[in-house]
Each structure stands twice: as structure tokens, then as C-alpha cells.
Design a protein around this ligand. Sequence first.
Ligand SMILES: [Zn+2]
Length: 250
Amino acid sequence: MKVKSFVLAGLILSGCATTPVTNRSQFMMVSPQEEMTMGATEAQKVVQTSKISTDRVLQERIKRIGKKIAAISGRDDFAWEFTVIDDATPNAFCLPGGKVFFYTGILKITENDDQIAAVMGHEIAHALARHGAERMSMQMASNLGAQVLATALNIPAQYQNLYSQAYGITSQVGLILPYSRKFEHEADQIGVYLMWKAGYEPRQALRFWENMARLSGSGQKPPAFLSTHPADNARIQEIRNYIPHLPAQR
Ligand SMILES: [Zn+2]
């Protein structure tokens, strides 16, 4: 009963949120403050465990593109920062609160500023749409759901841990977990809108993903970015369909 009332309280306390651009309502059990704190902590860890690129020109280039997109994101409350990490893995991400990291590996694939803006827009979109917090909320709800079920089924306390394992529950929640397809398509849509709004050419997003598709087809790419960001026909087609729906005026 105790668990049940806790769940109820959790559901009442937690609210709904809405994504920008796509206006999708989200189930949210993580507050923006909690999310920002986690983002800041994670950013510190990334800085401490990574090799920051000493290429000044490259750092400035990423900062310039990032700032243009941040300026039209509507999030002046974010503590925006753009950092290039010296790592050959093709990867990029944006933590809650606006700490953006680009690996040199992905900058070898991007052909111009517009394509960098496409990646930047996509990663910033994940943060704006609070996909990490939404994923954590879903995980928390499913953990609580499993506990309620375990209590309802009268599973003795000493077996509940086993039960949780069987149920596929882990308490591990991360901010950089693979995103679902739904989150990916949403980040593509919001990202294309952001890069376009910031003055970049949205068709270059297509070029970037087509190049990624070619590289992933060659079977030589490390899996990091591609495992969470499959460059398949469905993605490319969705972006192609979305571009004509951008507003007529920037
Ligand atoms: Zn993504």
C-alpha cells in the first residue's frame, strides 16, 4: 500500500511537458532543475575525462555555429558552451542545460558549416525537447510499476530483487543512452527547423545523413554515433519530407 500511495503521489506531483516545434506532450517526472544539475555534473565529467582539442580555429568555428543556433533556441536560461574533443570517434551530444560536445571524428565527416549546423541542431533539439529527462521518467515509472506489481503479487521482499531483474529493470539511468526512434525523428525535425531558423541551408542535413549512410554501409565506421543514430532510408526520407513544410519566412 505504501508503494501504491507513493506512485500515486509521484503521478500527481509529476507533470506533463510539451516539446518545442513538434508540440508533443510528454510524461515527465524529472524537474527542469534536477535535469540541469545532472547535465552540469555530467559535463564536468566529460571535460575531466576527455582530451579537449587544442585546435583554436576549430573550437572557434564550432562556437560560432553553436551560438547562432543557441540564439534562436529561445533558451537564454541555458548555460551554453561548445567544446571540441580530440577523439576520432564520430560523435556529438548536447547535455541538459546546453553543454555541447563535438568529437573531431564527426567533424571529419561534415563537409561544411551547414552540415555542422545540422548535427548541432539535432543534438540541441534532444536537449530542448528534454528527451533524456523523458526517458528517465519512463524508466522511473516502469520501476515503480514493477514495485507495485511485486507488492500486489505478494512477492516476498527477499525475492523482489530477483523479480526486478527478471522484469528487466535496472536502476541505471543515463543521460547519453541510445535514444528511441521516436526521439530521433523528433530531434531531426526540431533540428532542421533550428538550423534553418539560424540561417543555414536545411538541405545540407540531407547531404550529411546521406554521407553517414554511405559510411555506415561501408562497414568501417565505429558504432558509437551510428548505433544511436542509424542513418537509414526512413530517416533520410522523413527529413526530405519535412523540409518543404518549413515556414516561408525565417
Ligand atoms: Zn539523436
